[in-house]
Design a protein around this ligand. Structure first.
Ligand SMILES: Cc1cc2nc3c(=O)[nH]c(=O)nc-3n(C[C@H](O)[C@H](O)[C@H](O)COP(=O)(O)OP(=O)(O)OC[C@H]3O[C@@H](n4cnc5c(N)ncnc54)[C@H](O)[C@@H]3O)c2cc1C
Length: 292
C-alpha cells in the first residue's frame, strides 16, 4: 500500500517545499534516495491509480492553497549525488544548480557559472531549460536519464527540444533522474570572477530578501516583462501580502504569509493591466499546481 510505503509522509505542507512559501498540504509526500526507490513508489502509485506530481527544489512553483491530491515526489537532497568525470559533471537530478556550479568551479571547469544563483535542482533546471546571464542548460547538457513507465531511458541533448524555458520533458512526462553536463577546462580565478559578478548583479537587481519564485512571467518576444509591468505603473501593487516587487517588477514577492489566492489574483491584475497598457499578454513562467 502506498500510504504505508516506507518513508512516505501524510499531509505534508507544501509551503515547506516551495521558495514562494505557499501551498496547502500534499496528501502523500515522498523523497526517493535512488532510482530503485523512485521506481518502486511510482509503480505503487500506478497500481493504486494515485496521481503523481514531481518537484525539485520548488523554486518555480505556485502551489495553490487547497494543496495537492495524490502523491508528491520531491527529488531533493536525498537524490543529489554529483561528481566530475574529466570535463563532464554527472549529477542526480535533485542536486542543486548552485552545488553543481561550485563542484565545477572546484574542479576548474567553466561554463556553468550562470547557474550558481538559480535556486533550483539540475532536474528542474533541465525541465525548464533554466538560464541566466547569457547561459542556459541547453548550452551545457550532453545527455540525461529519465524514468518513464518503469524504464530508465538515456536522451541526448539534440533530442531534448530545448528552447526558451521549454524542454521535451514537458511533453513526455518522464522523471529526470540524472544529467550529464559537458563543461570545459578553465582558469579557476576566471570562473570565480564570473560567479561573483553574476552574484553581485542578482543581489543588486532582485528582491532576494523576500520569498518568490523568481521571474513570475516569461519574457515576451521583443519585450522585458519587468519593464512592461513597471511602465503600467504596477511596481509595489499588492493584494494582501503578495506584491509586485519595488526592486524588480518582474518578480511577485510574498511579503510574509501571502496566500496562493492573493498571488494568483495579483498575477491576473498584472496580466490585464499590461495587456490594456501595452497590448502584450504575459504568460506565467511559474508553474501553478494544486487545488484552489
Ligand atoms: C530568487 C529566484 C531566482 C531565479 N532565477 C532564475 C534564473 O535566473 N533563471 C531561470 O531560468 N530561473 C530562475 N528561477 C526559477 C527557478 O529557480 C528555475 O525555474 C529552476 O530551474 C526550477 O528548478 P526546481 O528544481 O526548483 O524545479 P521546481 O520548481 O520544483 O519544478 C519546476 C518544474 O519542473 C518539473 N520538475 C522538477 N524536477 C523534475 C525532474 N527531476 N523531472 C521532471 N520534472 C521535474 C516540475 O514538475 C515543475 O513542472 C529563479 C527562482 C527564484 C526563486
Amino acid at each position: 500500500m502506498l500510504s504505508n510505503f516506507e518513508g512516505i509522509k501524510h499531509n505534508e505542507p507544501m509551503n515547506l517545499h516551495t521558495t514562494f512559501r505557499t501551498g496547502g498540504v500534499a496528501d502523500l509526500f515522498y523523497e526517493p534516495h535512488d532510482n530503485d526507490s523512485l521506481k518502486a513508489v511510482l509503480a505503487e502509485a500506478k497500481n493504486e491509480n494515485v496521481p503523481v506530481t514531481v518537484i525539485g527544489n520548488g523554486s518555480n512553483l505556485l502551489v495553490l492553497d487547497g494543496g495537492i491530491r495524490g502523491l508528491v515526489i520531491k527529488l531533493g537532497k536525498k537524490f543529489s549525488a554529483s561528481e566530475t568525470d574529466g570535463e563532464f559533471v554527472v549529477a542526480q537530478s535533485g542536486a542543486l544548480m548552485s552545488q553543481v556550479a561550485m563542484l565545477a568551479y572546484n574542479a576548474g571547469l567553466g561554463g556553468f557559472e550562470f547557474a550558481q544563483g538559480i535556486p533550483g535542482s539540475v532536474g528542474g533546471g533541465l525541465y525548464m531549460n533554466a538560464g541566466a546571464y547569457g547561459g542556459e542548460m541547453k548550452d551545457v547538457i550532453q545527455s540525461a536519464e529519465y524514468l518513464k513507465d518503469g524504464m530508465i531511458y538515456t536522451i541526448n541533448a539534440g533530442d531534448m527540444k530545448l528552447s526558451y524555458r521549454k524542454s521535451i520533458f514537458m511533453e513526455n512526462g518522464g522523471v529526470i533522474t540524472s544529467v550529464r553536463l559537458k563543461l570545459y577546462r578553465d582558469n579557476k580565478e576566471e570562473i570565480l570572477a564570473k560567479i561573483n559578478d553574476f552574484k553581485c548583479r542578482r543581489v543588486s537587481k532582485q528582491p532576494l530578501e523576500f520569498a518568490s519564485a523568481g521571474s513570475t512571467f516569461k519574457r515576451p518576444e521583443g519585450y522585458f516583462a519587468g519593464a512592461l509591468i513597471e511602465q503600467a505603473g504596477l511596481k509595489g501593487k499588492n493584494v494582501g501580502a503578495a506584491e509586485v516587487s519595488q526592486k524588480h517588477a518582474g518578480f511577485i514577492i510574498n511579503r510574509g504569509g501571502a496566500t496562493a489566492k492573493e498571488i494568483l489574483e495579483l498575477i491576473e491584475i498584472v496580466k490585464e493591466t499590461v495587456y490594456k497598457d501595452a497590448g502584450v499578454m504575459l504568460e506565467t513562467e511559474v508553474k501553478i499546481i494544486g487545488e484552489e
